[in-house]
Design a protein around this ligand. Sequence first.
Ligand SMILES: [Zn+2]
Length: 383
Amino acid sequence: MKKIPDSFRSFTEEQYPFFVKILETDNPPGEEDAMAELLREEMEEHLGAKTRKDAAGNLLAYLGEGKDAFLLGGHMDSVMPCKNVKVVRKDDLVKSDGLTVLTADDGAGIFEILTALRYIKEQNLPCCPVDLLFTVGEEVGGVGVRKLKKDHLRARHGMLLDRAAPAGVFVIAGPYKRNFRVVFEGRAAHAFEAEKGVSAIHMAAAAVAQFPQGKINKSLYANIGKIQGGDSVNQVAEKATIEGEVRAFTSLAAETLLEEYQRIIDSILYKFSASGGFVPKAHLEYTSRREGYHHEENMSLIKTICSIHKEMGIETSMQVTRACSDAGDLTNKGIATINYANGAQHVHTKEESVSMKDVIRISWVIVQLLQHLGEHPEILAAD
Ligand SMILES: [Zn+2]
């Protein structure tokens, strides 16, 4: 078992003030400019990277020459409350002051990537060409990654540091997610002559009752999370809306369920039209989509990561998750991407924390990986 060199531990500790800067920079979704500026400066000054911002606001950077680059990335936004973060450190544990999230999701991932790259540069270690991608709006449905243009990147393999877990954990499969909305349009009438109206609320309620939802099977989940409609208790409601999401491990399973929803809607419309001359309407639409993925365990990149873990004495844990990340969208754009641990814990809460022990280990995994890929370019040249 190879130990992490003390010189790397102290190098990472020297970078700690930059970690605090990342964590304390305000970064709600849609307000990533200050974060992008901080990262751009760091990458240009200390890594000598060429950077660019795309039309969506994603920050991209390029290191080294060659077409077989490796993608490293994370997201610049965090869930609220993430303004005026005050970082508090006790021994190795890094937390907020309890009033905000820490923003280690995904600040820890970003810091680990940049620390590893800076170390490689300063030590002049072998390294593959690297594409860097820091997205916007990940926490609000992958807004940035969806708009990303594939031809802005050279890489066909990649790793995000966006899994809230300790070193050794990474995700090899994630779900397809379809958010949907159904708007029902009936006919208003006074409640005392309800026979002249068609209740949109009644139609929506019928849909909620009939749509399969909850855990449908071990790889298919659906949830109706919002319902809205009607203006007044003495009026037959003219409009009602339901909103929900479907998650599945194949896009076919997700879309098949939505087709079933459409058939149920059609039958509801038929039933509610039969009572009079008025034909009610309903419209099912997707409000957002995230793509799923599944990597084979014998993919060279995965095997390389496993052997690095073994050398470091870290246990490998490959996970299949029902949580979405940018890795799915990137994989569907042709960049086979895994989602690696960033060390963060209790993310999306004010108790969020990260241990510097984990930060150092994960950064060292990245150093080892980039070095290995630099010495074995055939791994990235393979499909
Ligand atoms: Zn995240």
